[in-house]
Design a protein around this ligand. Structure first.
Ligand code: USQ
Length: 381
């Protein structure tokens, strides 16, 4: 496949690029370094620095002999995306190119406007560029489990059969997101479903939970190929953050009661899911939706697990409940279906003591570069 990865510099984008390249696909990555720039502006630097995309593509070539082509530009800019699609003519497009942080989206008016215009603007441009240059290509869009929120009924996989006054129809499962970032993903889903119905595009929308981890099959031998690993309040996600806090001797920041439950998955499983989605494309006029998670945990369960495994690695880990800066339910029902990707062949890498220990060991190696002031600032909404 000719695979175009939008947002190829990110935590998921770069590992995905190497994974598809290792499987023999022709890969191009695109990025405008938005996340790097926002991290710089908000003093949210990652655990270690990562080489830029041109450098990483060179390093990958030294190891694998494979080429990954690099395109730097803003996908909101029509001239840029138009010529990119005209030139590369992808079979598969993987779209990660969004402002990815819920706290960032709630930080200020400027941050909200950037999140809205970037996220909706890029998705709109991608659809228009597909229509223009590759209407038979398959778009794999990263959505989020956060689109559904935390409803008091089972979460189905994308769709809900509704019976009303003796008649029935299948609709998108109701969405009610908990941040502006998550709401832009709801808007993306609506936009895509409209164009799937209207133009017969092929789309897979992946409702992904928070991802954790560092290692993939492609990066274990060279730290320069590791993904950017954020641990700050704005760009870090909870499991990676708690590991860094444990290593830094900073009490684990459980927000509120800690009963907030989400569906999590290992970085390695994100890559498996993306490959399975690409190998099983949607038909023309079909939007496939998968709930991309392997297991559910509450924040309290994650904190206890990190504390216990931290102890096995010589860390004295304290857990501290702090006032929740977010508006979210702290005790709730949560039962999402997630059989679609398992049916396609996903073999989950669960959050075992060993898997957590592997991440802890790597973070210990970078302990001296942890900046404690980045861990919590209290971005409120
Ligand atoms: N949390 C804490 N303490 C912390 C950090 C987070 O208790 O120090 C709690 C949050 O309040 C939340 C849960 O942990 O209830 C998950 O928070 P998170 O920051 O790990 O994840 P979130 O903001 O929801 O966003 C992340 C990614 C986003 C992705 C989403 C999937 O940044 O790109 O879409 O996970 S999901 O959460 O399923 O919507």
């Amino acid at each position: 496949m000719r695979v175009l990865i939008l947002g190829g510099d990110g935590y998921l984008g770069w590992p995905t690029a190497m994974h598809f390249s290792a499987k023999g696909h022709e890969v191009a990555v695109v990025d405008n370094y938005l996340r790097r720039n926002l991290a710089r502006e908000t003093d949210s630097g990652a655990l270690y620095s990562t080489p830029n995309l041109h450098e990483r593509a060179e390093i990958w070539k030294e190891h694998s002999g494979e080429n990954i082509s690099v395109h730097i530009g803003d996908l909101c800019d029509w001239d840029f995306i138009n010529s990119l699609f005209a030139e590369f003519k992808p079979d598969t497009i993987i779209h990660y190119a969004e402002q990815p942080s819920a706290p960032y989206s709630m930080l200020s008016t400027a941050a909200a406007r950037l999140t809205l215009s970037n996220n909706i603007g890029v998705t709109g441009n991608v659809v228009l560029a597909m229509k223009e240059h590759c209407p038979d290509a398959h778009l794999i869009k990263l959505g989020t489990m956060g689109e559904y929120g935390t409803p008091n009924i089972d979460i189905e996989e994308g769709w809900l059969e509704v019976e009303h006054k003796g008649r029935s129809q299948k609709f998108l499962y109701p969405r009610q997101a908990g941040s502006l970032y998550h709401t832009t993903k709801v808007m993306d889903t609506d936009l895509l479903w409209f164009y799937v119905r209207t133009w017969g595009l092929r789309v897979t929308d992946l409702m992904q939970g928070p991802v954790y981890g560092i290692f993939t099959d492609e990066n274990g031998h060279d730290d320069r190929l590791l993904p950017c690993f954020a641990y700050d309040e704005i760009f870090g996600t909870v499991i990676n953050r708690f590991v860094v806090q444990a290593v830094a001797g900073y009490p684990l920041t459980v927000y509120g009661k800690g009963g907030q439950t989400r569906g999590y998955l290992n970085l390695k499983d994100t890559l498996q899911c993306l490959l399975l989605a690409a190998e099983n494309p949607a038909d023309s006029g079909e939007m496939k939706i998968y709930n991309q998670l392997t297991e559910t945990f509450s924040v309290n369960e994650i904190a206890d697990h990190v504390q216990r495994v931290g102890k096995q690695h010589g860390l004295d880990v304290e857990i501290k409940s702090i006032e929740n800066p977010r508006k979210e339910l702290e005790e709730h029902y949560y039962n999402p279906a997630h059989t679609g990707l398992l049916d396609l062949g996903l073999k989950p890498n669960y959050l075992t003591d060993e898997a957590l220990g592997e991440i802890i060991q790597k973070v210990i190696q970078y302990k001296d570069s942890i900046v404690q002031g980045r861990i919590f600032r209290g971005v409120k909404w």
